[in-house]
Design a protein around this ligand. Sequence first.
Ligand SMILES: Nc1nc2c(c(=O)[nH]1)N[C@H]1C(S)=C(S)[C@@H](COP(=O)(O)OP(=O)(O)OC[C@H]3O[C@@H](n4cnc5c(=O)[nH]c(N)nc54)[C@H](O)[C@@H]3O)O[C@H]1N2
Ligand SMILES: Nc1nc2c(c(=O)[nH]1)N[C@H]1C(S)=C(S)[C@@H](COP(=O)(O)OP(=O)(O)OC[C@H]3O[C@@H](n4cnc5c(=O)[nH]c(N)nc54)[C@H](O)[C@@H]3O)O[C@H]1N2
Ligand SMILES: [Mo]
Length: 773
Amino acid sequence: MSLQPVEPRYKPYKGAAAGWGALKSVTRFWLDSKQPFKNLRALLKTNQNGGFDCPGCAWGDSPEDGRIKFCENGAKAVNWEATKRRVDAAFFARYSVSQLREQSDYWLEYQGRLTQPMRYDSQTDHYVPVSWEHAFAQIARHLRGLESPHQAEFYTSGRASNEAAYLYQLFVRAFGTNNFPDCSNMCHEASGVALGQSIGVGKGSVTFHDFEHSDAIFVLGQNPGTNHPRMLEPLREAVKRGAQVVCFNPLKERGLERFQHPQHALEMLSNGSRPLNTAFFRPALGGDMAALRGIAKFLLQWEREAQAKGEPAVFDHAFIAEHTEGVDAYLAELDATPWERIEQQSGLTLDEIEISARIYRDARSVIICWAMGITQHRHSVPTIQEIVNLQLLRGNVGRPGAGLCPVRGHSNVQGDRTMGINDRPPAALLDALERRFQFKVPRQNGHNTVEAINAMLEGQAKVFIGLGGNFAQATPDSPRTHAALQNCELTVQISTKLNRSHLTTGREALILPCLGRTDIDRQAEGSQAVTVEDSFSMIHASYGQLEPSSREMRSEPAIIAGIAKATLGDHPVDWDAMVANYDRVRELIADTIPGFQDFNQRVQNPGGFYLGNTANARQWSTSSGRANFTASPLPADLLHEKVRSTGETPHLILQTLRSHDQYNTTIYSLDDRYRGVRGQREVVFANEADIRRLGFEPGQKVDLVTLWDDGVERRVSGFSLLAFDIPTGQAAAYYPETNPLVPLESYGDGSYTPTSKFVAIRLEASRDNGRIH
Ligand SMILES: Nc1nc2c(c(=O)[nH]1)N[C@H]1C(S)=C(S)[C@@H](COP(=O)(O)OP(=O)(O)OC[C@H]3O[C@@H](n4cnc5c(=O)[nH]c(N)nc54)[C@H](O)[C@@H]3O)O[C@H]1N2
Ligand SMILES: Nc1nc2c(c(=O)[nH]1)N[C@H]1C(S)=C(S)[C@@H](COP(=O)(O)OP(=O)(O)OC[C@H]3O[C@@H](n4cnc5c(=O)[nH]c(N)nc54)[C@H](O)[C@@H]3O)O[C@H]1N2
Ligand SMILES: [Mo]
């Protein structure tokens, strides 16, 4: 595999999603792991009882189905983690940190697994070996030396197991702060906030089996062909049995168009593929709230007509009366929203909205799924509440085949929140911890990701600890975020692979190498299993299968316990005992987190157990005790005031998204098969009409410059303009390369999620035209 980018090769992809192309790609990654046979054996254990939970996405599987369930991108995730290549002391002796900083994100992670603890030596600008005990002591010294526990930030990425996350939050709260910035802040935070207010639980209400009973499935702002490939199978089954699958996406993502089942030999051999949708609408970026409002407004019109004619009602009046609050104010808001605003903001015609409204009305049971195209906008919280409003009108929550389905990202991001990784923890969690452990937990809110960056920039936070992830690259406004980390006295990364966060050091820095999902985790009392929670609130166990590539790596729980013991002593628990056998951690979870009683017994069930979901049971843990309609006006303007006050009209609105060959900041290759791009990631997709209107040529190199009125220049250079099938006015480019363009101050109201799907930009001809990055 070449690690060097070339001139992008671009040729639209005609094949189906999954199918042969996927198989070819899996084989390539398999071979590249340098231990193909070992990994094949491991792969056969992915998402199997007694095997490990796929370290890819958080999509769940049918709990009863024993078949092997992995997908192309799950296979990539496994092979990427289970590589034979190693980043060890010799590697760090060879390269200084400054030299490593010159390398691409792709090159850095490709070097292999981190195998031993390393300490940054600023004298030589190299990482040098350090013992675990010295590393823990160094962290403890810094933490204990702070004036206040709120001067430390404890980041979590969504791969941490329930056991690791629980110990981490216990340690951090015993230390004295709720500073828990996490990847969820940049991801589905808006879903949690909106659903919490509307239906009393910040999670999706559907289970896997609901997809088998749904008459219509709406998929909004999501690219499952790449990011949740196992979701394509239930969608395919739904279309096959005559259900409607309706997509809202400005890009005609290949996986949403056609699909070939990789585990159905006949389909593969006959080269047949199935359409995956029955309708496809292409809204403006950020236009979904208006589109949903339009659908609801049509329903209201039809409801009134039905009433006048004495025909069957469109709304579910019994459900509305028994279970909801605020319908009158919401209907008044529908009346007050002019059709012209809906049309203009949604980017769809009224005809298109009417078609989708008819599909919606004619389906008895509807599931609405969504992901980052919905959650990474300024008005994401009201948009998701509009999804709920629509579903409440026809009682589409809490019955078979119907419900709300935020499709989560990282494989255990939902579980981490359940375990208390939360900068705004609910009082009930804090009360339960205080009852069980007899220490005073901090009550004040902690920092989320944006607040943590600001605190580090201002010098208020001095220690950063990352439990996984790649904070430097995943967060917005990259140069400022890098400065924030570099402003710390100590940065600590608990990681499997080398990334830019390790090279963006505080005055002191540590790399603590940990076991991943695929590795066997041996502790004093035997091999340990961990547990995770999927998007459908199913909890199941995960057992590592492969011999770790170094004896010096430690498990995440062991590392957290090591830091905790050095910092707090044996308070509030005997940390060594917790690590010796994770059953003890699960007992603590059972004692303090609702729904986990008899955890150690129930997790033995093949397929795991269902945590339960109050909204699915039509119990509403909201302030009103009912499901709440929310009557928010459409945003006055999708453009932020800070864009408008520049006085410039944006050339394009940019969304930042994932290629088919990446996992967030982890780049597997420089290709994006379904979008037809090879060999280069520094590309920007735009409509040919826009390219010419703005005075450029397809293929030309351009700079992307953000419009924002704070005087900071936000620019990325030398991106190739690709003429693409994308609505006019829009552009798309890959994350994380475009994170320097996202202003730290541009985040969702009420969610603080960076607006990664809505950045107003100007294009400029590149000064270094022709140079390949
Ligand atoms: N292989 C792989 N799997 C992954 C990941 C990965 O990087 N690689 N990441 C994991 C994580 S953490 C997450 S959160 C998920 C992410 O899963 P997705 O949300 O599917 O990820 P994105 O690539 O950000 O895709 C956003 C989609 O929304 C569309 N979109 C953008 N803006 C709008 C809009 O305003 N309206 C509408 N209707 N659509 C819009 C885009 O065209 C794109 O298809 O995937 C998880 N799974
Ligand atoms: N512009 C823009 N920015 C975005 C997004 C976007 O769409 N656009 N998406 C956002 C979203 S949805 C998310 S979730 C975040 C992701 O943010 P993060 O979760 O912080 O980033 P990842 O790229 O998933 O982290 C990759 C690193 O995790 C480490 N790692 C992998 N597996 C393990 C493990 O098992 N244990 C430990 N300890 N470490 C491990 C490896 O060292 C690897 O380098 O990015 C966000 N940022
Ligand atoms: Mo995510």
